[in-house]
Design a protein around this ligand. Structure first.
Ligand code: RFL
Length: 395
């Protein structure tokens, strides 16, 4: 076997999803050296469709780091959230309520494509198709990442810091001894059947509440939509043919004229939450889905990943440039405070929008409570304002 090529860098980043690519771009902007190793091919990473909304906080971050021109171009904005309640529309002016702050519609795959292009234009070192990625001595002063390239050649990268940005199923979190981590996991006991389809996007992002069950309709580009339909946990995908999908959507949204379109992708999403504490071990820092999973309710998963990436980029900059290690020591707590706040928001919304639908879901008492919670968003500027701040990621 050939000897491994040995290299050194400041930060070795494992994973080229939204977290890893954002971190890489911010470090490069700060003049810090990094290498990104990604298991999948570039084509695979660039077509993975998931999130669709970039919150205001994240857009502001790209502006502040001088990346807005290359990352945010053409991202549509929407300052109104629709709640379709028993078929009747109610519009919440979230941009006004949050003092002009609101999210942008930017599908995750476009964000990823743009971040890859920006990083490579600036001469960034991004390696796809890395196999058998292993973290050695993550708790030590000189951790090492090893992998084999597409031709089977072994590589090792010695780094000052490791950033585990490799998602929920990656190797980074598993490289930390179990005794060093506390895991918080929660199953919300609900299924979400999700469909990506060639259906014109709604005028505004929409949550639909009715006795037929929860549904949501979100834009994903000029001609596509993502839909969510409440279902039983672990529901069989084959139970949902196209006809049932569109019949159920029309019923739950209360729009018999909703056009059907080609179904591009369908899946059952686990409504579950997961948080690991702490988000660091020695010189390894876990970022994004590697450290926490949140339900899709509220659209926070990708946005939390971007927030972690910025905290880490600033902390590494302080340590390397200013010789101040304190922000790195605080990394886990800083990110966990935000993560728990948004876990609460996602859970709060889940209860509000599921319990207020079919009274059989959680009983008539909680149905009434959930309807009152929903009403309050429209009757109390404080309640509407907090909701809008949280949607913007600025609470
Ligand atoms: P990712 O996106 O999973 O990227 C991890 C990267 O690491 C690579 N990798 C490895 N690389 C090297 N070695 C290994 N051993 C590796 N193992 C894995 C992977 O190939 C991948 O490229 O994690 P990251 O960067 O933390 O980003 C997190 C977001 O992707 C995630 O939170 C969101 O997609 C969640 N999410 C949503 N978030 C939102 O903010 N708004 C939404 O509307 C939203 N909708 C969704 C979603 C997730 C969904 N899924 C996953 C079911 C809708 C769906 C359907």
């Amino acid at each position: 076997m050939s000897e491994a090529a040995h290299e050194t860098t400041t930060v070795a980043i494992i994973g080229a999803g939204p977290a890893g690519l954002t971190l890489a771009n911010l470090l490069r902007t700060a003049g810090l050296d990094c290498v990104v190793v990604e298991r999948q091919s570039r084509a695979y990473v660039e077509q993975r469709q998931r999130a669709g909304v970039l919150e205001h906080r994240a857009a502001r971050m790209f502006e502040e780091w001088g990346l807005a021109d290359r990352v945010l171009q053409d991202s549509r904005t929407d300052g109104v959230q629709e709640f379709r309640v028993d078929g009747r529309p109610r519009f919440l002016p979230i941009a006004d309520l949050a003092g002009g702050k609101f999210g942008r519609i930017l599908p995750q795959q476009f964000l990823v494509q743009r971040l890859i292009t920006a990083f490579q234009e600036d001469g960034g070192d991004l390696r796809f198709g890395c196999e058998d990625v292993t973290l050695e001595r993550p708790g030590s002063e000189r951790p090492v990442v090893t992998y084999r390239d597409e031709d089977g050649r072994p590589h090792e990268i010695e780094a000052d810091y490791l950033a585990g940005c490799d998602g929920f199923h990656g190797v980074s979190r598993r490289s930390v001894p179990e005794a060093e981590q506390t895991i918080y996991a929660y199953d919300h006991g609900i299924g979400w059947f999700t469909v990506l389809a060639d259906v014109p996007p709604p005028r505004h992002p929409m949550f639909a509440v009715s006795a037929h069950g929860f549904a949501a309709h979100f834009p994903r580009g000029p001609r596509s939509s993502r839909f969510y339909l409440q279902c039983a946990p672990g529901e069989d995908l084959d139970a949902w043919d196209d006809r049932r999908i569109f019949d159920q959507l029309r019923l739950r949204i209360g729009d018999p004229d909703l056009p059907a379109g080609a179904v591009l992708e369908k899946a059952v999403v686990d409504m579950r939450s997961f948080v690991v504490d702490p988000m660091s071990y020695g010189r390894l820092f876990l970022v994004g889905d590697a450290a926490h999973i949140i339900t899709p309710m509220g659209g926070k998963g990708m946005n939390l990943a971007l927030a972690d990436a910025e905290v880490l980029a600033k902390a590494v900059r302080s340590a390397v440039r200013d010789g101040d290690p304190q922000p790195l020591r605080d990394y886990s707590k800083t990110c966990l405070d935000r993560t728990w706040s948004y876990q609460e928001f996602s859970r709060w919304m889940t209860e509000m929008l599921h319990d207020s639908g079919d009274p059989a879901t959680s009983g008539p008492f909680r149905h009434k409570i959930a309807r009152a919670r929903l009403d309050r968003l429209f009757t109390s500027p404080n309640a509407g304002g907090l909701f809008s701040d949280l949607m913007a990621g600025e609470a």
